[in-house]
Design a protein around this ligand. Sequence first.
Ligand code: ZN
Length: 474
Amino acid sequence: MSPPRGKPSPRAPSITPLGAAGEVTGSCYLIDTGRSRILLECGLFQGGRNADARNRARWRFRLDGIDAVVLSHAHLDHSGLVPRLVRVGYSGPVYATVATCDLLSIMWQDSAHLNERDVEWENKWRRRAGKPLLTPLYSMDDARAALARLQPVDYDTPFEPAAGIGACFHDAGHILGSAIVALDLRHARGRTRVVFSGDLGNSETVLLRDPTPVEHADLLLLESTYGDRNHRGPVETRAELAGVLAAAQQSGGNVLIPAFAVGRTQELLYTLGQLEREGLLPQTQVFLDSPMAIAATRAYERNTELFNHHDRAQLAGKGLAAWLPALRYSETTQESMAINRIGGGAVIIAGSGMCNGGRIRHHFKYNLWRREAHVVFCGFQAAGTPGRALVDGARRIRLLGAEIAVHATVHTLGGFSAHAGQDQLTAWAARFRPHPRVWLVHGEDPARAALAKHLQRTAGMHAKPAIAGEPIML
Ligand code: ZN
């Protein structure tokens, strides 16, 4: 990958993918109109051995040429490198929706905290071994400096991030504040309307609205995370969850749910509230044991005007804690440890989603060896994580320095995905008239190939895979 260096003049108007091309993390697109340059997305590479090195190597071109950063949503694989960008000298504005800015204040500081803690831990043995010390990718100070760059913008309100670039956010229905980004680029060859899907929501999930239909674009950057499959429907998913809750109650064990803090957790809480109303939640205690997920839940509660009409009316102005009376927030370490004394009859939702960190590991230690316990996965488990090992049927796993036998029953629920499936992606893209040039981003190659085929077959649309470092001409 060779991002453009310096400011060649005159510059050909183009969009250069710098990440999330052939993979699902590291979202970043350099948009150059010849007059202005902006970064659309500034995401962390996550997972994989060289992610840290890739995050550190990202900025090989001159930062003084970047006029603005525009973010589609708060997930770190789309936003998490902004504090790094600020650390290495960027001092321009960062545009995002109002609710995204709300979530970023939680997520960037949490990410910086984890970074500082990990480096401190690593440096302990490096100091003893006389090895060179590491510095964090970014610090808490960098995160705060990045937060000071934020420019919140409402949905459907045009703004101009740089000279000759018009922009507008439309609701993408993926997580709170998530946006489809429409850009009107004026350049020497004329005008190009670019629409970036961002991460497109699954229209069958609860709480958020459906992705906004958009109809005009010359060029479409379309995500393709689940370009090769459709998700199970909401009724089926809820019934499956109810089945697990009933089985756990019958066997007398706890239900452990490793959860992603932003989005999935809040949907899960809402769904548990629905089940309770239907008499299908036999457990009397539901613990949310993650300070990050609790903070994100409060951000959702501050922004209920962004929920869909039906679920908003159901909540009747009350928060998720009132909707689900069995819900208990567990913020302190002491509160978390107290849950370990409960041998059965509780639902425990704790991070991290893939079980490679966070408090879920402690709950696993106290529950995985119990035959009566149940574990529910409701999100993607990357290769190499303890979550993936459990999904793949491991009978023993290593956690917190100990080997634990797995006797609990492990379930996987596919319907909680926050991304549109293949049919939803195609239906959304097929509304554009006339058909734009389509470039597939944010997806692994098999998913992109399947989506390209599906778009061609069902909508007559031609789509190409975007390649990192290769400019797409406007
Ligand atoms: Zn996302």
